[in-house]
Design a binder for this molecule. Structure first.
Ligand code: UD1
Ligand code: CA
Length: 495
């Protein structure tokens, strides 16, 4: 559990209600060692209503690149290896808590959203007073770690100092403006609604992200009032207080794209494209051929990727992806949680999920490989074939219009067009075993549980309900007959 440090800013409005989780669940995947010694605490503001999203889902749970906005921000925070991370939640908070209950963060409820200053004040009592506090927004997901390091360096260099992340926007409407004096020193931030006509001309805006020593910040926040156009406790008012105390205030400028926030679905879509573009560029730099980087979506993580991989248009990669050397992925393919071996070819319009695909396999076009499937090397799964929870041996072929479920298929097996494993009796699933070298004639139904022996042949059109012995021809078919003197019905004329 966490020890709460001494200071308590402000009056009753500022009393925090917090719950927290142990740090044991902390997974260290993305944590990088910070170069400097300064300890930091991160507060992520996520209590806003997000009304403009027009959604029942809290804003920070909306998805960018396959994961919630808040997760992107939290990842950035964790990379800084902070002492503490506090997330200030409010509207729809239960859903947020449920989604991220395992995170090693301090959850701070802000029942009433009285402003950004009030929000930060709720979190401060949970931070050691000798740390530097970094304020992030839960709806600003594209920040780069390098930018945050630059901002933190400001506070590290001068003690005490306040670092502000700003951006130069062609259209600053809606943002707080950075007011500077004749020497270019930052004086204060003025919110648009409180700004004079001249101040509104300023194009340098407050991104909302700032860093300051916890102790100082607490004193400033305790002095905030809500005497402004919105009747809120503005975090931005601490800037003028810092200047008054002679504390160095330094602004670090960030590219507009990086500090853009999500307020509505339009912006969410815009940021998705920016995010995807970055990922595509990263892959191309690593040597991947993307036929069109604007028609590529990675909604997960590429864990490993080989050389000379080619990806055609409209491919969606989800979850955890491993691709071997010279893998070729055709247009409109969706891959989710897959491990694909060297020289595999996945043809157009195929869907592969939770599967392991051996080297030199060929899949599709129009194939569906469902979870828990393992294809050994050089297996071929053709058009309109569905494979579920099955293993297919090396060099085996299921080329046309088939369903293979709960099956164990050996190597060198040929499964004819239209073959179906009948794996479900309405209550339970049963297994089909097809041993090495078997040949299954077209349009066969294999009623599980059933076994087809090594090198067995099944005649086309059979319904196999009993095990078929190795090396023999088995079929189940009516005798073909021809009816003499049979006449086809004839339509009477005039009807
Ligand atoms: C804020 C800044 C403004 C800046 C802009 C950048 C203030 C007073 N203004 O304005 O200078 O240009 O961000 O986007 O800080 N939040 C809470 N609790 C609250 C209020 C807000 O958690 O009581 C959270 C929101 O969920 C959001 C963030 O704080 O993530 C910013 O809140 P928002 O209302 O969007 O601030 P702006 O008015 O846009
Ligand atoms: Ca905003």
């Amino acid at each position: 559990m966490l020890c709460l440090s001494g200071f308590k800013p402000g009056g009753e409005n500022f009393l925090p209600q917090a719950c927290c989780f142990s740090r044991q669940e902390f997974s260290t995947t993305l944590v990088r060692e910070r170069a400097r010694n300064m300890a930091i605490s991160v507060v992520i503001l996520a209590a806003g209503q997000g009304t403009r999203m027009r959604s029942a889902l809290p804003k920070v749970l909306h998805i960018l690149g396959g994961k919630p906005l808040l997760e992107h921000v939290c990842e950035r925070a964790r990379e800084l290896n902070p002492e503490r991370i506090a997330i200030v939640y409010g509207h729809g908070g239960e859903a947020v808590l449920r989604r991220f209950s395992a995170w090693p963060v301090i959850w701070v409820e802000q029942a009433l959203q009285l402003g950004t200053g009030h929000a930060v004040a709720q979190a401060l009592p949970h931070f050691p007073s000798n740390t530097t506090v970094l304020v992030l927004y839960g709806d600003v997901p594209l920040l780069r770690q390098e930018t945050l390091q630059k901002l933190l360096a400001v506070v590290d260099e001068d003690v005490p100092a306040l670092g502000l992340l700003t951006a130069l926007l062609p259209d600053p409407t809606g943002y707080g403006r950075i007011v500077r004096d004749g020497q270019g020193q930052v004086l204060r931030i003025v919110e648009e609604r409180d700004a004079s006509v001249e101040e509104r001309q300023i194009r340098e805006v407050n991104t909302g992200i700032l860093a300051a020593p916890a102790g100082r910040l607490a004193t400033w926040l305790a002095q905030l009032n809500n005497d402004n156009a919105q009747g809120e406790y503005y975090l931005t008012d601490v800037v003028a207080m810092a200047v008054q105390e002679g504390v160095t205030v330094k602004a670090i400028s960030a590219p507009a794209e990086e500090v853009a926030g999500v307020n509505d679905k339009r912006q969410l879509a815009q940021l998705e494209r920016v995010y995807q573009r970055h990922q595509a560029e990263d892959l191309m730099i690593k040597g991947v051929t993307l036929r069109d980087p604007d028609r590529f979506d990675l909604r997960g993580q590429i864990e490993a990727i080989g050389r000379d991989v080619e990806i055609d248009v409209n491919v969606v990669l989800e979850g955890s992806i491993r691709l071997g050397n010279r893998v070729r992925i055709g247009p409109n393919v969706i891959l989710k949680d897959v491990e694909i071996g060297d020289e595999v070819e996945i043809l157009a319009n195929s869907l592969v999920e939770q599967a392991k695909v051996g080297a030199r396999c060929r899949i599709g076009p129009f194939a569906r490989i469902r979870p828990e499937t393992v294809l050994a090397e050089e297996a071929h799964i053709g058009n309109f074939v569905e494979v579920k929870k099955s293993s297919i041996g090396s060099g085996s072929k299921v080329n046309h219009l088939s369903y293979i479920g709960d099956s164990e298929v050996g190597s060198g097996v040929n499964i004819g067009a239209g073959t179906i494993t009948c794996n479900y009796d309405g209550v339970s699933k049963h297994k089909t075993v097809i041993e090495d070298g078997a040949f299954i004639g077209s349009d066969t139904q294999l009623v599980a549980p059933v076994r087809v022996g090594r090198e067995a042949t099944i005649g086309a059109g059979s319904t196999i309900t009993k095990d078929a012995p190795a090396g023999k021809l088995t079929l189940s078919r009516c005798q073909q007959v021809t009816i003499e003197h049979w006449q086809r019905p004839v339509k009477p004329k005039g009807r």
